[in-house]
Write a protein that binds this ligand. Structure first.
Ligand code: AMP
Ligand code: MG
Length: 413
């Protein structure tokens, strides 16, 4: 049986960033990764630019900060100046407008007194280039302004817009199919009959996919019937990632591993030493057409068979599926670990490393962690109070308040 670290290593060795795709720039590309360098197609600003509303003038015309100048033109933003500012002359200018020839400074309007077509200026701090932003101060035409591998934040979106890159090449968000399995599982809009339970994993996993940056699709509930399961899995194999929940352990009706094998999915692990969890399957289908590429480019796809109990599913997703989704997007895969100080004594005995729901808090003393009440892998409600999982090593341990433990963060970016 693999450790969590070994299993994660296998996952990451077998998924690779998706091929770069020209993508329309928009808020939905936030968090995606640039696949190529971006070069500016212009100088920014494209001209020497006024930083203030006021008067463009020759700084040498001021004596001890004073001058009386003749107004020769008004330059609103968006207009090109037509007159050269000569000695004892000035042009009224708005913020963002181009500086007229001849002028080398702008005096803000608050330091000017207008009388007809003359203006009295009082600016003791006058100096050349005052209130002027030089052409190309921010970027020069031909300059590389963003590098491949950059993750798009709002400021990167703004810069791409500024250089006219409306369809940058990005690593696409993986398309991820979610398939629930089990004869006892019914849709959440149905009142469960005897022996039935509502499908909670489906909705939860869709949310986890979305939070991880993937594009989720729900494929429904497959019955514990090889033919039905097979047809549902075939649908799922058209995506970049297929996530199944339930049916992966060793019971008579745990048909997932067999059907996956029949469909050419090679299982690379099937059990991991952890709690909650243990039956968790990861497999790859070596070559299939990419849903993204119109020209039918081929690449491997990943399949995860997660345990049916909701908390096991959730934890296994965060440990193995989220890193895969992030690697497909060329992001740092994680997961994120934080060392935190236990706030109370917590003796705990377990035969496998256990990811126990916990509340992680930043305080003056640094990160602290408090395990939250929980009765085990079916207890989804029990993890509502948690925002992390504290890792409790196998064995019989007297964890004491003040001990430092590793915590799996699931809610930090
Ligand atoms: P399995 O892994 O299929 O043996 O399922 C383990 C446990 O998880 C069983 O009690 C199932 O009823 C429960 N379970 C499986 N799938 C789901 C689901 N989609 N939503 C909620 N519980 C589930
Ligand atoms: Mg089942």
């Amino acid at each position: 049986m693999h450790s969590v670290a070994q299993a994660l290593e296998i996952v990451l060795a077998n998924v690779h960033p998706l091929p770069p795709t020209p993508t329309p720039l928009g808020p939905e590309t936030l968090g995606q990764v640039l696949a190529e360098d971006v070069v500016s197609d212009l100088d920014m600003p494209p001209f020497d630019k006024a930083m203030m509303d006021g008067f463009a003038l020759r700084s040498t015309d001021l004596r001890d900060g004073h001058a009386e100048l003749t107004i020769i033109e008004e330059i609103p933003s968006g207009k090109t100046p037509t007159k050269t500012v000569g000695a004892q002359q000035t042009s009224r200018i708005m913020t963002g407008a181009p500086i007229p020839d001849g002028a080398d400074a702008v005096v803000m309007i608050e330091r000017c007194e207008i009388a007809g077509n003359t203006v009295r200026v009082n600016e003791p701090r006058i100096k050349p280039r005052l209130n002027i932003l030089d052409r190309a101060k921010e970027m020069r035409v031909g300059e590389t302004v963003l590098h491949a591998g950059t993750r798009l934040r709002p400021q990167e979106l703004g810069l791409l817009a500024a250089v006219g890159q409306t369809t940058p090449k990005l690593r696409p968000a993986p398309r991820v199919a979610v398939l629930s399995t089990g004869d006892e599982i019914v849709a959440s809009n149905v009142k469960p009959g005897p022996g039935q339970i509502r499908n909670s994993n489906g909705m939860m996993l869709l949310g986890q996919v979305q939070r991880a940056g993937g594009v989720p699709t729900f494929l429904g509930i497959a019955r514990d019937d090889a033919a039905h399961l097979r047809s549902k899995i075939e649908e799922g194999l058209k995506f970049d990632v297929l996530i199944l929940s339930g049916g992966v352990s060793a019971g008579k009706l745990d048909l997932v591993p067999g059907v996956l094998a029949e469909l050419g999915v090679e299982a690379l692990f099937h059990k991991v030493a952890m709690k909650p969890g243990k039956p968790v399957l990861f497999g790859v289908r070596p070559s299939h057409p990419r849903p993204h590429s119109p020209d039918g480019e081929r690449g491997g796809m990943a399949v995860f068979g997660l345990p049916g109990n909701p908390v096991s599913s959730l934890v296994c997703f965060e440990l193995f599926v989220r890193p895969a989704i992030r690697k497909l997007m060329a992001l740092e895969p994680g997961p994120q670990w934080i060392k935190a100080t236990l706030t109370k004594d917590f003796p705990y005995r377990t035969d496998r490393p256990t990811y126990h729901p916990a509340r992680l808090t930043m305080s003056d003393a640094g990160w602290t962690v408090e395990p939250t009440p929980w009765f085990g892998s079916p207890d989804l409600r029990g993890i509502l109070a948690a925002n992390a999982f504290v890792l409790l090593p196998e064995g019989d341990h007297q964890h004491r308040a003040g001990d430092v433990l590793m915590v799996l963060c699931v809610e930090k970016d």
